[in-house]
Design a protein around this ligand. Structure first.
Ligand code: S3P
Length: 173
């Protein structure tokens, strides 16, 4: 049993979880981990290939296990893939943890993610897909979050500072 993660970042694709997560890790002097990267490393293939070859359901099962392993074993900053909170078991594991939801509006999302084919869920009509994803997920992000931090018009450094303040963590390690 470990002390658990210092910060868990959730939020949609493109909200800056990886960039902000790395900055937070630096400021806190703690390791950074990303469950998407854990899955890619374990599978030896990209997430877009897992979706294409085995389907989303298979990816979600891999993701559920990767998140549970990371929550149990990581004491630093942890970023979860955008859809991880769809799983009720994952949401239960997140209860009581220092979870920050990085939120952003649709224009910002499309600007940042655009037609990035590495993001299979947004490959076609990103604006509409993103709206639909957020309608299905917004309440789940909010449910698991101890803090909701807006990323619109903020630099990653500003977002990282806002996360530390909102979670009441030390600001200048
Ligand atoms: C997904 C988000 C992605 C990745 C996969 C599915 C989602 O992670 O896990 O493409 O369902 O929102 P990022 O949020 O890190 O891009």
């Amino acid at each position: 049993m470990t002390g658990g993660p210092l910060v868990v970042l959730v939020g949609p694709m493109g909200s800056g979880k990886s960039t902000v997560g790395a900055l937070l890790a630096e400021r806190l002097g703690a390791p950074y981990r990303d469950t998407d990267a854990d899955i890619v490393a374990a599978e030896g293939r990209e997430i877009s290939d897992i979706f294409i070859e085995d389907g989303e359901e298979h990816f979600r099962a891999l993701e559920r296990d990767a998140v549970a392993a990371a929550l149990a074993g990581h004491e630093g900053v942890l970023a979860l893939g955008g859809g991880a909170i769809l799983d009720a078991g994952t949401r239960a594991l997140l209860a009581g943890l220092p979870v920050a939801y990085l939120s952003m509006d649709v224009d910002e999302a499309v600007r940042r993610v655009g037609l990035n084919t590495a993001r299979p869920l947004l490959a076609v009509n990103p604006r509409r897909q993103w709206r639909e994803l957020m309608e299905a997920r917004r309440h789940l992000y909010t449910e698991v979050a101890r803090a909701v931090v807006t990323t619109d018009d903020r630099t990653p450094e500003e977002v990282a500072g806002a996360v530390l303040a909102a979670l009441d963590l030390k600001k200048d390690a």
